[in-house]
Design a protein around this ligand. Structure first.
Ligand code: KG4
Length: 339
């Protein structure tokens, strides 16, 4: 008998719903929230209000696009955390209502685990390009920079993580001081393609193990701007592309140095990347380069699965559902946690 899972994601500023049947994606609908652009970052109160407005249309669209009737659903998977509390409450409450009205079980999903398991979403039944265990996953987003040893669908160990800012935050904060808007990561990426990555040197951290740090890079970037602006008030404008290319190259070097070390120490050659920053084309190129140089088998998500989406929640819920790991109506969201 087929297992059909409905996924709901509302952890930050994307409202998303998806249907996965036997591991194969039937639909994945997403509504973003442009309202935050004017504020230079996500405003939690506005995010929860927008989720409340978006959730019914997004859910309706996901069911329609999947071409199923909601009575065909076997279970509801929802993001329980981490994320913004008000945003999570919208998805969690909706999941409870749907589960109660259809009389089907609910499965709670950890958002970070879902980013990793996005690599297991099949777009067709013939799609067999999933990673095999164990593999390493570099999870890089606006809130996280982690190296995860993935031993099974529900067996993941964080072996390294940032001790301060996340990689996406480094992109966003440096972009903000250059006046590039929010989120800055994609803009930096676009400008970096036209710049010289060796034009400027920014500091890299020296911390032991597989942990990351990006606050030193951010400070070094700020000091460079401060000093150069004293000499030339148009410094940023004249050097935007080179600044972006050099910043991006430094972030990628920091990320790849530790990942390469982990892969070597653990003798693992299967390596994946996930999270919003995995959309970065420079990082994707670095993965391709490492595949050639070190014989890595790499897994790079499609752009649609790099940002927050419910298909990754549904696939995670699917594997938990198979093991009977349901949750009750007493499940409440959590805002902070690591894997
Ligand atoms: O995973 P995600 O969508 O959301 C959360 O962190 O909640 O990641 C968003 C982060 C932002 O910091 C954004 O600037 C960054 O991903 N990002 C990028 C690119 N696209 C998104 N960073 C660098 N290059 C990109 N192309």
């Amino acid at each position: 008998m087929s297992i059909t899972i409905f996924g709901i994601e509302s952890s930050c500023d994307d409202t998303s719903a998806a249907v996965i049947r036997d591991g194969v994606m039937l639909s994945n609908s997403i509504a973003g929230q442009a309202v935050h652009e004017a504020y230079g970052g996500v405003v939690p109160e506005l995010a929860s209000r927008a989720h409340q407005q978006n959730i019914i249309p997004v859910v309706t669209e996901a069911i329609k696009k999947a071409g199923i009737d909601r009575t065909e659903l076997s279970g509801i998977a929802f993001t329980r955390g981490p994320g913004l509390m008000g945003s999570l409450l919208v998805g969690t409450s909706f999941a409870k209502g749907l589960s109660a009205s259809l009389g089907i079980p609910m499965v709670e999903v950890n958002h970070l685990q879902a980013h990793v398991l996005a690599h297991f979403i099949k777009e067709t039944p013939e799609d067999t390009n999933q990673p095999s265990f164990p593999f390493l996953c570099l999870l890089v987003s606006g809130g996280n920079s982690q190296i995860i040893l993935v031993k099974g669908y529900d067996d993941m160990e964080v072996i390294g993580q940032t001790i301060d800012d996340a990689a996406g935050e480094a992109f966003d904060k440096c972009a903000k001081v250059m006046g590039l808007g929010y989120p800055g990561g994609p803009v930096v990426n676009r400008l970096a393609n036209e710049g010289n990555p060796k034009a400027f040197r920014f500091s890299k951290p020296h911390i032991p193990g597989y942990n990351y740090s990006f606050s030193g890079l951010k400070t070094s970037f700020l000091y460079t701007l401060r000093d150069r602006l004293k000499e030339d008030a148009d410094f940023i404008e004249k050097n935007k592309a080179d600044l972006c290319a050099s910043l991006q190259a430094t972030v990628i070097d920091i990320l790849m140095d530790k990942l390469r070390k982990a892969a070597k120490d653990l003798n693992i050659k299967e390596v994946a990347v996930a999270g919003g920053v995995s959309a970065n084309t420079g990082l994707r190129d670095a993965f391709e380069d490492h595949a050639k140089r070190f014989g890595w088998k790499i897994h790079i998500p499609k752009f649609a699965f790099t940002t927050d989406n419910a298909a990754m929640v549904a696939i995670t819920g699917y594997y938990k559902f198979l093991k009977g790991e349901y949750c009750g109506m007493d499940a409440v969201p959590f805002s902070r946690v690591i894997l």
